[in-house]
Design a protein around this ligand. Structure first.
Ligand SMILES: *Cc1c(COP(=O)(O)O)cnc(C)c1O
Length: 378
């Protein structure tokens, strides 16, 4: 058996012709930077998310950095604290530090793996001016409670939506909103394995604030207000024209692909929910999870041995993430740790992500499930 974590090929086959002809158009014009493909994709992403101003950039990490810099000097300034989850991908903490701000590592919820409003309350100090809710593994944070909490403490909200494009969240007024469309800025990544993956790197920022949208675009383009007029200290971060072709071809399929992943997740959960020794992921009420990862928790220090058993049976798994951010060498002396993030510590020892992609068959899932059940029965 050879069961992989991801399979990008099946998705490619559905859009291959469109991508080839789009690439040929770009190559015929030899115009590889910017152009109508990028503008058209930004418009499509704006239509899809309902967020008026979408600015593409070079990666999800760059999107976070540019968003932080674009919020200077009114909402954020160097030296300000920005709350991030202690259990997450490193990009949020890294972007905060690169922007000259101080990450505050807050603990997360043990069921959803996400930052919560009580975690934010516990982490906030008089120097805290921002928060980055990371919608981890495809599940949005509880934005219905995070938004009012942030407002009460005057925190600007930058959503890290790299893993949850297409996931939705019910707000306090009952309205459903897409993750990434709720905070002051939403950031996403088009890394190939993300819900909307390019064939290389890419990212985007989105905001309803037109002045902020202009600043995002300027900073991503060397801080230029017009060519050779540098009004802000910016950087060079852009989405390649060829990547925009791929993303425009893929975007119309995202709902179907997210639904397929939800289906795979449900199949695992139906089979694994009763297995003693593991905890299956939960979908919180008021959100729609898109299962970028299907992440179980394995009790009693048996995670690594389960992982080895699956590997020897030909089943790939991954540990996202083996070390929480407040323990990372690069950040631990440069952040403020809010309390004792014991959930983050525990999760880094117990989480295991199983194979999940749009082409995973029930037969393959049965095989994975069988290996797991036998492991816990032996
Ligand atoms: C992938 C990812 C990023 C960074 O995206 P890149 O495009 O790889 O820079 C940021 N945050 C989270 C949660 C991610 O999963």
């Amino acid at each position: 058996m050879d069961i992989k974590m991801v399979d990008l090929h099946a998705m490619h086959m559905e859009i291959e012709d469109e991508i080839r002809s789009g690439f040929e158009d770009v190559m015929a014009r030899s115009a590889y930077i910017g152009g109508e493909e990028v503008a058209r994709f930004e418009q499509s992403l704006s239509d899809y998310t309902g967020v008026p101003h979408v600015v593409t950039c070079g990666s999800g990490t760059a999107a976070l950095y540019i968003a932080l810099k674009a919020l200077e000097p009114t909402a954020l300034a160097p030296g300000d604290e920005v709350i991030v989850p202690a259990f997450a991908y490193a990009a949020c903490a890294e972007a905060v530090l690169a922007a000259g701000m101080i990450p505050v590592m807050a603990d997360v919820d043990p069921a959803t793996f996400n930052l919560t409003s009580s975690g934010i309350e516990a982490a906030v100090s008089p120097r805290t001016r921002g928060v980055i809710p990371v919608h981890l593994f495809g599940q949005p944070c509880d934005m219905a409670s995070i938004m009012p909490t942030a407002q009460r403490h005057r925190l600007v909200v930058i959503e890290d939506n790299a893993q949850s494009l297409g996931a939705a969240c019910r707000m306090a007024n009952g309205e459903w909103r897409l993750a990434g469309s709720i905070g002051t800025v939403g950031c996403t990544s088009f890394f190939p394995t993300k819900p909307l993956g390019a064939y290389g790197d890419g990212g985007a920022m989105m905001t309803a604030d037109s002045a902020l949208g202009r600043r995002l675009r300027m900073i991503a383009n060397h801080g230029q207000s017009e060519k050779y007029r540098h009004s802000l200290v910016g950087c060079n971060s852009r989405l390649d024209t060829l990547q925009a072709v791929v993303l425009s071809a893929k975007l119309p399929h995202i709902a179907k692909w997210n639904a397929a992943r939800r289906e795979v997740a449900r199949y695992y959960t139906d089979a694994l929910a009763e297995v003693d020794g593991i905890r299956v992921p939960v979908e919180a009420s008021g959100v729609e999870h898109v299962y970028h990862q299907y992440t179980i928790q394995v009790a009693d220090g048996r995670r690594d041995s389960l992982r080895e058993r699956l590997a020897s049976a030909g089943v790939a798994t991954m540990v996202y993430y083996p070390m929480p951010l407040h323990r990372q060498e690069a950040y631990r002396h440069r952040c403020r740790v809010a309390g004792d993030p014991e959930v983050a510590d525990r999760l880094s020892r117990s989480v295991l992500s199983l194979p999940l992609h749009t082409a995973l068959t029930p037969a393959s899932q049965d095989y994975v499930i069988d290996v797991i059940k036998k492991f816990f029965n032996s």
